[in-house]
Design a protein around this ligand. Structure first.
Ligand code: GDP
Length: 471
């Protein structure tokens, strides 16, 4: 693909602040004039040149390495010039200005966020899932996420998607060829083994969906909401999990009036743990607002920990009332806290272990597991951490091959739906071949939206605008 003609762009590519090295990057269809203006000569392609960065008046702003990558063999697919100097904000701003002045006649301007990567995508250097992986690699906060992002960037995920898309296209071509010759239509489904082919496709797609779901959890983490009556130990549990004093813990009911969010990592999975206002009837208007927000958080949760107090007596009806109001589709774990205060806590810890063993043995075990813990002594917290990931669908044994986004998962699920509808058409007979073909087309389109073949400009704009400047 030839480079998309576009005005040249420039930006500081290194992070703001001070560093050993700072880089100004320029990309454009043809930068040879700019190079000549800056350095009074040519630069050898992909060679490190130690040069002064100096103004037309001869003032040397910095001295550093100039690298020239002629298109199309560059990050963006256009000519790219990199000036590597000293990493201070003022000196980098001056070098950037130097480039802008030297490139004024060519229309050189400051790059928008993500514009270098957007050009790499538009020029066919990388596909959209890989472009997203660039941002995800930069933003990764755990080693597992960085590993997953790198896998996506190197095309592991895109290759899986493309392989499926190719198989769908192949089947579609066969159907469409048959549609052009209606006399041959009679036994298409039989002749080309369309039904088993479709079934194999769906099976592989479901496997990719399961792996992608892991990739989404790895990237986006889980929203875990601590819910329950006041004083059951929600803030204490948040602090125990975070290993820090974040929420205010007091023996007075109703102290957490608004939410407190803490991010921790478990097995490399970011968990956004939300401590909420205790749920109870109250006349205090401030507390009422907190309680209303708690219900909003509960609606958005991936997992709810419904905390209860092992020592409380006569509160069962209140706890049951809360349990009844929790959204039916969200996994809920009942967590009984303060077991250090009740007798027989050894038996309860053994009970935790038995429950987890049962869940591990039977993947269909109900989601409403009960765990006994003490936020104060730490008893049962390891079991809780493990159960949390488990209930959220994280499978530590399964390789998590790539980092993925919610958008990818939705596209895969749409493709799955279209294949399922295609299967119902195939179950009839050859009279509905055109409907069958149409569902294959839609499934293909959904898959292609992942790699950016069919992606609206609005979505592209949204994806790239979230990048950092200079990438
Ligand atoms: P919240 O209102 O649900 O956030 O509850 P807090 O975390 O503020 O705890 C209420 C009270 O219970 C505080 O005095 C805590 O010290 C105490 N508490 C919390 N967890 C435990 C526990 O596991 N054991 C004991 N003995 N006390 C606890």
């Amino acid at each position: 693909m030839s480079p998309i003609a576009s005005v040249p762009i420039a930006a500081i590519a290194t992070a703001p602040g001070r560093g050993g090295v700072g880089i100004v990057r320029v990309s454009g269809a043809s930068l040879s004039i700019l190079v000549r203006r800056l350095f009074q000569g040519e630069l050898i392609a992909r060679h490190a040149h130690l040069l002064p960065f100096q103004t037309a008046e001869g003032e040397v702003l910095d001295e550093g390495i100039a690298l020239f990558f002629p298109g199309p063999h560059s990050y963006t697919g256009e000519d790219v010039l990199e000036l590597q100097g000293h990493g201070g904000p003022a000196v980098l701003r001056r070098v950037l200005q130097l480039c802008l002045d030297a490139g004024r006649e060519m229309g050189l301007r400051i790059a928008e966020p993500g514009e270098f990567t957007q050009r790499a995508f538009l020029n066919g250097r990388i596909d959209l899932a890989q472009a997203e992986a660039v941002a995800d690699l930069i933003e990764a906060t755990s080693e597992a996420a960085a590993r997953g992002a790198m896998a996506s960037l190197s095309g592991v995920f895109s290759r899986q998607v493309n392989a499926l898309a190719d198989r769908i296209v192949h089947l579609r071509m066969l159907v469409e060829a048959t549609l052009d010759f209606p006399e041959e239509e009679i036994d298409f489904l039989e002749k080309y083994q369309a039904r088993p082919t479709l079934e194999a496709l769906s099976t592989d797609l479901r496997r990719i969906i399961a792996q992608t779901r892991q990739g989404v959890i790895l990237r986006e983490g889980l929203h875990v909401v601590l819910a329950g009556r006041p004083n059951v130990g929600k803030s204490s549990l948040l602090n125990a999990l975070a290993g820090d004093e974040i929420a205010i813990v007091t023996p007075i009911a109703g102290t957490t009036r608004d939410k407190v969010v803490q991010e921790i990592h478990l097995d490399g999975i970011p968990l956004h743990i939300v401590d909420t206002a205790g749920l109870r009837e109250t006349d205090d208007p401030v507390e009422q607002i907190g309680i209303a927000r708690t219900w909003q958080e509960i609606e958005r949760a991936d997992v709810i920990l419904h905390l209860q107090d092992a020592t409380a007596e006569g509160e069962e009806a209140l706890d049951a009332g809360i349990a009844a109001r929790l959204p039916p589709g969200t996994p809920v774990m009942k967590v009984v806290n303060k077991i250090d205060l009740v007798a027989a806590d050894d038996a309860r810890v053994a009970d935790n272990k038995a429950r987890i063993a049962a869940r591990n043995a039977d993947a269909t075990a109900p989601d409403n597991a009960v765990l006994h813990i003490s936020a104060r002594t730490g008893t049962g917290l390891d079991a809780l951490r493990k159960a949390l990931l488990d209930i959220a669908g994280w499978n530590p044994g399964a390789e998590s091959p790539w980092l993925a986004r919610e958008r990818h998962l939705r596209a895969l699920q749409q493709a799955e739906e279209h294949l399922a509808i295609a299967a119902t058409h195939a179950a009839q007979d050859d009279r509905v071949l055109d409907l069958f073909a149409e569902e294959l087309r839609l499934a293909h389109e959904s898959l292609s939206s992942i790699t950016g073949e069919f992606t609206s400009d609005d979505l592209l704009g949204e994806i790239f605008s979230r990048f950092c400047i200079g990438k």
